[in-house]
Design a protein around this ligand. Sequence first.
Ligand code: UD1
Length: 381
Amino acid sequence: MVRKPQPPQILCVVGARPNFMKIAPIMRGLNHPQTGLSGKLVHTGQHYDAAMKTTFFEQLHIPQPDIDLEVGSGTHATQTADIMKRFEPVLDEQRPHAVLVVGDVNSTIACALVAVKKGIPVIHVEAGLRSGDRTMPEEINRVLTDQISELLFTTEKSAADNLLREGVDSDRIHFAGNVMIDTLRYNLAQAIPAMTTTSGLKKNGSRLDLSNGYGLLTLHRPANVDHPEVLQNLLSALVDISRDIPLIFPVHPRTRQRIIDAGLEPMIASSALYMTGPLGYLEMLGMMKDARLVLTDSGGIQEETTALGIPCVTLRENTERPITVEQGTNTIVGNDPRAIHACVADILSTGGKSGCIPELWDGQAAERIVETIALWSNGSL
Ligand code: UD1
């Protein structure tokens, strides 16, 4: 009996929350019967809580991972090393045609490094973004992953300039658009309204009133939350702002721990800053879509607010996603209270800057990526 040749297997890696929205359309694309490819999924277990992981798999219809490395939390070195140790035997067993990694988290660099040393080509989706700030762990992960990738898919034009400057061969760089925006567009009609998500929120016995609008806040970067003084200054500015507009604050687990450790809960309790647990994707999308403004230190949210046309105040000194500032609705303000106040006051009085949708943020990025991988895997690129 002649055995049917197996389609080239692309082993896809996810680890942390922002990876899940990026992998969903790629897995759908890879496993489409016409591509001639097959996608398998490895979850490293970097994020493991239901709120940080399971909800996203369910809401985004990501197939259950074929392999779960269950590494959990740790220092950067421990987490990265554990992922590498556990990923190596998976590659020996699966022998994939390529390993596909997304974004810039520890799982991204750990799996890319194991693959390249075994001679397995690495595909990096969301390549070339640079904040220029090497104190950010993600920046190190980006630079290193790009250096060892065979195919690099970019979301905005500045990324190719960064890569070329770092000596990456132009033949390997492909401007594909933004897979995170594929997921946003695919799910927008299912977004859960803010009213539903916040219906249980109360302070001093009275329910949160959204009739004059609300702001949405997220914070989790080490630079903002790991130093008690910085966190206190930032949160007291936000508490002040909540006198003008209620702020809803879905809290990342590391941030919650830092707030408790710094004794900042009472200050928040007596304000119109409403803390919730981490939200699912559809809840978060609904919250962003109807917000008057979003304050954040996340990378992905800067892009999502640009796609939705919602003003975004970025509580960082820099961004690796400059197109969200140049063309989108994003303003970089850092963590200085005066700058935050001024930017929020402007948005509340004028509606903030208007933006446009960047090139190729059209919902078809994963299709372009999968087509290119198919051509590359049969040698026709
Ligand atoms: C990671 C990524 C960051 C991304 C963020 C999104 C790196 C270097 N950082 O940061 O780029 O923006 O994810 O969330 O990869 N924890 C839980 N439950 C979980 C996961 C984490 O309670 O399911 C807690 C643990 O206390 C853990 C801490 O959060 O120590 C930090 O988790 P970790 O994955 O190390 O980094 P993040 O800050 O989430």
